[in-house]
Design a protein around this ligand. Structure first.
Ligand SMILES: [Fe+2]
Ligand SMILES: [Fe+2]
Length: 305
């Protein structure tokens, strides 16, 4: 990197040090902590509301995490050395890498569990793996833009889950902690890859381009996975369950339409002056951390009984 580019980067990272400190609430920290999840024979196959369609939909999400999060860690590692002078962001990158590594490991437990129950999560994982070298062959800054954008989508997921206790209550108690834990940590580290992208590039055009690619991948992987699981599990197809699931996604009721309601959050990313912490939802972390501890203690005491 030439001298003028280095100076520009230093100036950007100094600004960013102030920016990150100013926007992220002091109560939020990014500390990796494994969950230690276990699923046994008593766990139902359709762990979301006893609904096969919605369980398959959410399992498709779960299948994306190991490869997806490993790609995001790879992107952060590509640029971490460039921002080493920004101590706050560098520390956050370390926390981000640790948290995402744990998420991948824990989601593999759900994914392997579903394979044992006859749902071909491994086929979806193989499909996703096929795309990874192509994305890693893209310009490095494009990869960083995709990662920054993907984190907006996972932050959306975290906010949607924790803001709607009805969703959490629909998850079987054995599977519930992983979704709550993951949602909390996605909110905690929601600005890290955005700040890193802004420090190393920051171009609005590249940000939007990365967002389009991240959205396209997410849509294709989740749609393909859900369709694949539904087809292979067709003997358990339920018309009323699928209709209920579609209402859950797009319905007009107070306790439905969760995907439809996420549209404004999706559009936020197009704002010129967007920053993840302009929407301070740290109250969700404060509310749900103790609740997560309670859930884990309950599972532990049941296992000991
Ligand atoms: Fe994650
Ligand atoms: Fe994340």
């Amino acid at each position: 990197m030439n001298m003028s580019a280095t100076n520009t980067l230093k100036s950007a990272t100094n600004t960013l040090t102030w920016y990150a400190k100013a926007l992220r609430p002091d109560s939020v920290s990014i500390k990796p902590k494994p969950l230690g999840m276990k699923l046994d024979d008593a766990t139902p196959t359709y762990w979301f509301d006893n609904n096969s369609f919605l369980t398959h939909f959410l399992t498709a999400f779960s299948a994306i995490f190991p490869e997806g999060e490993s790609f995001m860690i790879h992107s952060v590692r590509l640029f971490r050395a460039d921002i080493s002078e920004n101590k706050a962001l560098n520390k956050d990158c370390g926390g981000f890498i640790g948290q995402e590594a744990h998420h991948s490991n824990e989601h593999s437990i759900i994914n392997d569990f579903m394979v044992k129950r006859g749902i071909p999560v491994d086929k979806l994982e193989a499909f996703i793996e096929w795309w990874v070298p192509l994305v890693k062959g893209m310009p490095e800054k494009d990869q960083m833009a995709i990662t920054g954008a993907a984190e907006h989508l996972t932050a959306l997921f975290g906010d949607m889950v924790l803001r709607n206790p009805d969703i959490i209550n629909q998850v079987d108690p054995a599977v519930r902690p992983i979704w709550v834990w993951h949602a909390i940590e996605e909110i905690e580290h929601k600005a890290v890859t955005y700040d890193l992208f802004e420090a190393v590039d920051g171009s609005y055009a590249r940000r939007v381009y990365g967002y389009a690619i991240a959205l396209a991948f997410l849509s294709v992987f989740v749609s393909y996975g859900t369709a694949l699981f539904m087809i292979e599990d067709r003997k358990n197809f339920s018309f009323s369950g699928t209709a209920k699931g579609l209402w859950w996604m797009f319905g007009l009721g107070k306790k439905s339409g969760y995907l439809r309601k996420s549209a404004p959050f999706l559009l936020e990313y197009f704002k010129f002056d967007f920053h993840p912490w302009k929407d301070d939802n740290s109250n969700l972390i404060k509310e749900w951390r103790p609740e997560l501890d309670r859930m884990l203690a309950e599972i532990k005491s049941k296992a000991a009984a």
